[in-house]
Design a protein around this ligand. Structure first.
Ligand SMILES: NC(=O)c1ccc[n+]([C@@H]2O[C@H](COP(=O)([O-])OP(=O)(O)OC[C@H]3O[C@@H](n4cnc5c(N)ncnc54)[C@H](O)[C@@H]3O)[C@@H](O)[C@H]2O)c1
Length: 328
């Protein structure tokens, strides 16, 4: 397949681009390097430097034809989205609209969007199913839900075949691509940061209605996610209509305490664990129903929490450029 990967110099897009190129696909990456890096770019991929918020640059991406567009480019931090809603709607919604429109008028038929569990807001029941109500509680989730709705509109006007893959918590690394955002709401990079700073881990809330009292979340290995993208792309390029959101999670929750203890075991970090108050609006459990991913994509995750942490840790030791700079 000829695949355009927008945001392919970032974490999940970078891993997906490596897997796609390693699987023999013809990969082109478009990125503005706002959070991505050249060292994430798969070696045999073509690279276009472009900002999707610039309508002309978005249109110029489609000088060539592609079987599938995969759209990862976005701002991704929930707390930041509360501070800077404009940036989130501008990039995640208007930037995406620029590309979806340009792709559609240039005859692209298949579009895969990185969406998120944040579109659901407060869960009505667990596990979360794709047809559950979507009432995002922050601009990040709202910006992605709007983009899913844009895809539905382009399906009607342009017969665009789309899939919105709603990821839960992502961890792990592949081919030297990982993530260590310094200001993270993402737990494994946060644990790595605490280890680097030699500071204890704070778990927010130990009085949730869960087996050990700490919040339960769903984690999925970034390589499993990348595999799901390729499965979706193959189905779509083969003529199968998807046109719906699909959860990508394990249907298996891990408590924050389990994650911290597994982290300590895998890395020998012995980080002390302390407890803080619950964060406002933090639900006790967020676990993905993944029957639709199994049925439509034939996908289920293969890699467990231990593997996510050990791959992420190995990447942190070997490939995290920021970390090496700090350690030098
Ligand atoms: N990381 C997670 O845990 C997680 C969870 C759920 C959903 N997602 C979604 O997955 C996608 C990828 O996330 P990630 O963790 O890889 O983030 P990332 O920041 O590592 O990657 C985003 C990439 O998009 C590029 N980009 C941003 N704005 C751009 C613009 N205006 N024009 C062109 N390129 C631009 C960045 O430079 C970067 O390379 C996002 O859409 C995010 O919402 C991520």
């Amino acid at each position: 397949m000829r695949i355009l990967i927008i945001g392919g110099a970032g974490y999940i897009g970078g891993v997906t681009a490596h897997l796609a190129a390693n699987s023999g696909h013809d990969v082109t990456i478009a990125d503005n390097f706002s959070t991505g890096n050249t060292y994430n770019v798969a070696k045999n991929a073509k690279l276009i430097e472009a900002d999707i918020c610039n309508r002309l640059e978005a249109e110029q991406l489609f000088g060539l034809n592609y079987d599938v567009v995969m759209h990862f480019a976005a701002r991704i931090l929930v707390p930041e989205s509360m501070q800077k809603p404009y940036d989130y709607f501008q990039i995640n919604t208007f930037g995406a609209l620029n590309v979806i429109n340009a792709a559609s008028i240039n005859g692209i038929k298949n579009y895969i969007l990185s969406s998120t569990a944040a579109v659901y807001g407060e869960p009505v029941s667990i596990p979360l199913q794709e047809d559950d109500p979507t009432k995002p509680v922050n601009p990040y989730g709202a910006s992605k839900l709007l983009t899913e709705q844009i895809l539905q509109s382009y399906q009607i006007t342009y017969s665009l075949n789309w899939a919105a893959l709603r990821y839960f918590n992502v961890a792990g690394a592949y081919e030297g691509v990982g993530t260590d955002y310094p200001f993270v709401s993402h737990i494994i990079p946060s644990l790595l940061n605490q280890m680097r700073k030699k500071q204890p881990v704070t778990i927010n809330g130990k009085d949730f209605d869960t087996p050990d009292g700490t919040a339960v979340r769903d984690y999925v290995h970034v390589l499993d996610l990348a595999r799901a993208h390729l499965l979706a792309a193959e189905k779509m390029a083969g003529g199968q209509e998807i046109c719906q959101p699909i959860n990508l999670g394990s249907h298996h929750g891990y408590s924050v305490l389990e994650v911290a203890e597994t982290f300590n075991k895998v890395t020998n970090a012995s980080l002390p664990i302390i407890y803080g108050p619950r964060r406002p609006g933090d639900p006790a459990k967020l676990v993905a129903g993944n029957a639709r991913a199994k049925e439509i994509l034939g996908w289920q995750p293969n890699l467990d929490l231990q593997k996510m942490i050990s791959d992420h840790y190995e990447w942190f030791l070997k490939d995290s450029r920021k970390t090496q700079q700090v350690l030098q």
